[in-house]
Design a protein around this ligand. Structure first.
Ligand SMILES: C[S@@+](CC[C@H](N)C(=O)[O-])C[C@H]1O[C@@H](n2cnc3c(N)ncnc32)[C@H](O)[C@@H]1O
Length: 266
């Protein structure tokens, strides 16, 4: 039952708050540059990185796994004209997405490891701060590989130090091991420092909107933001000892390189 899954009730409450809170919308715009109802760490610069992987032609299909209320997908659609697909286990989030963004879209309530799509459905698959909810990461990545069209791109934001324990290096992260096990070469960007800076910005933005959160009766979410960003009050060196954040890109036109270097296959 989805109600028994990690954080299910919290995410239902979170997306109910995000649907009506002006304070949260303003907070997201200040912290991330755009309001995508983020519960993660995806500022608009990271989301804009996805744009270069979306082909500029008709009939392009993109999937966001853990899409929340679909705002980020809608942004990508506005920029590219793509057909957007998203799934998330939150009923609240998916109902909002379906109501707000009915054009050229398909939103499904679904659980990682249970939801299925036909093989070779998508040109681009994205997942920001959601992969770590997979019970079996290798099996989930195998599904992603199957769902991608030949030459398709997989783009994932992934963090260690909260849901996933921090490991030694990129290669020892669960997602890297799962990609390797599935024979998927990846390019990786270490964005730990950007994430630290973003957390500091989130904290500043939350404090700037504290009174509005309180006036709306949303003190709980202000408190959550304070808790979530507390680690950014430490010096960066201490933070980096406990947290790491990466963007993984699987793009068949690239060979595996670390720290963002990408060489096109000849
Ligand atoms: C950390 S949030 C990230 C949301 C959004 N992608 C972002 O970057 O702000 C994780 C998302 O995954 C969803 N989620 C958590 N566990 C899930 C599961 N087992 N199956 C499907 N979705 C799940 C949550 O509802 C939430 O929308």
């Amino acid at each position: 039952m989805k109600e028994d899954l990690l954080f299910y009730k919290e995410y239902e409450d979170f997306y109910a708050m995000a649907k009506q809170s002006k304070a949260f919308e303003a907070f997201c715009r200040d912290a991330f540059g755009e309001d995508f109802s983020q519960d993660g760490f995806s500022d608009v610069a990271q989301i804009d990185m996805i744009l270069k992987y979306i082909p500029k032609r008709e009939n392009v299909h993109i999937l966001d796994m853990g899409c929340g209320n679909g705002k980020m997908l809608k942004y990508l659609q506005e920029k590219t004209g793509a057909f957007i697909h998203g799934f998330d286990y939150s009923e609240e989030a998916i109902e909002t997405a379906k109501t707000r963004y009915p054009e050229k879209s398909e939103f499904r309530q679904g659980i990682i490891g249970e939801i299925e799509y036909p093989a070779e459905s998508f040109d681009v698959i994205t997942s920001m701060d959601t992969m770590y909810f997979a019970q079996d990461m290798t099996a989930f990545v195998a599904q992603v590989k199957r769902w991608l069209k030949p030459g398709g791109v997989f783009f994932a934001g992934y963090q260690e130090g909260d849901v996933m324990p921090k490991t030694e290096c990129v290669e020892t992260t669960e997602i890297a091991k799962a990609l390797t096990a599935n024979g998927m070469d990846y390019e990786v960007f270490d964005i730990t420092k950007q994430t630290y800076d973003l957390l500091r910005k989130k904290r500043e933005a939350a404090l700037a909107h504290q009174a509005e959160f309180e006036a709306e009766g949303n003190q709980r979410w202000f408190d959550m933001l304070m808790y979530q960003t507390e680690c950014s009050c430490e010096p960066f060196e201490e933070f980096a000892g406990q947290m790491a954040r990466y963007i993984f890109v699987v793009d068949e036109t690239c060979v595996m390189r670390h720290n963002g270097y990408c060489a096109t296959k000849s």
